[in-house]
Design a protein. Structure first.
Length: 234
């Protein structure tokens, strides 16, 4: 995209690297490629890297690097070669009970698009999503890109309390509320799996760049669904 990537100051001890102005797989691939390259460079004084949908926050120690010198070093790495990256990571599958008390907004999403709730579920489970960011609330994996057939705006008035494990839609995004929290996304289902455990390293089940696919399970399986990879159940 013209004008990207670009580097701008973020205070006196951090940079903001913007790779595009939209949510798309190509942008995520470029960010993942650069993130791997920046990590491999082992730059002294590099303190923190926080990815978002189309940008990276890069913090550094100003007692080791003058701002201009650190910015120039990052620019060198950014320009080393073409930014392309195809993650070979396996698809992580997430069980979901759709609709009913687990997905109170499923009917609204169906009505909004003039399709059936079953079609909403079919579209939602048909895609393999990429995790673009972890955040908003602790452990929340924000994923995309949702099929256009079910892109739905956020709620006009957010809920004050969303149950943990809730699977939701917001525009091009889908995600999982890892903890009980307020939220304005459309709730279409709920997973029995736990996605955030502060006692673990890393504390989130998913990481930026992971590939995820949802699949439906009956409500009768929710209570007895087995825990996976040590994270346990909600």
């Amino acid at each position: 995209m013209k004008g990207f990537p670009r580097i701008s100051p973020y205070g006196d001890r951090a940079l903001l690297l913007e790779f595009s102005g939209d949510i798309d797989p190509e942008t995520l691939g470029a960010m993942q490629a650069f993130l791997r390259r920046l990590t491999a460079a082992q730059i002294p004084g590099l303190k923190e890297i926080v990815p978002s949908y189309s940008s990276l926050f890069v913090g550094f120690d100003p007692f080791i690097w003058p701002f201009s010198a650190f910015s120039a070093r990052v620019s060198e790495i950014l320009e080393e070669k073409d930014l392309s990256f195809d993650s070979p990571s396996p698809v992580k599958r997430v069980p979901v009970v759709y609709g009913g008390s687990c997905g109170p907004d499923l009917s609204y999403v169906a009505q909004y698009h003039r399709i059936s709730p079953a079609e909403v579920v079919a579209w939602h489970t048909s895609a393999v999503y990429r995790v673009y960011a972890i955040g908003g609330f602790p452990g929340l994996p924000a994923m995309g890109v949702v099929p256009k057939e079910i892109e739905t705006p956020r709620l006009a008035v957010p809920r004050t309390k969303v149950p943990p494990g809730s699977v939701a839609l917001a525009g091009k995004q889908t995600g999982i509320y890892a903890l009980e929290s307020p939220g304005g996304w459309q709730l279409i289902g709920r997973t029995p799996l736990l996605f955030f455990d502060p006692s673990r390293t890393p504390p989130s089940r998913f990481q930026t760049g992971d590939r995820v696919q949802f699949y439906p399970i009956p409500e009768s399986d929710f209570a007895g669904f087995p825990s996976l990879d040590g994270f346990g159940r909600i």
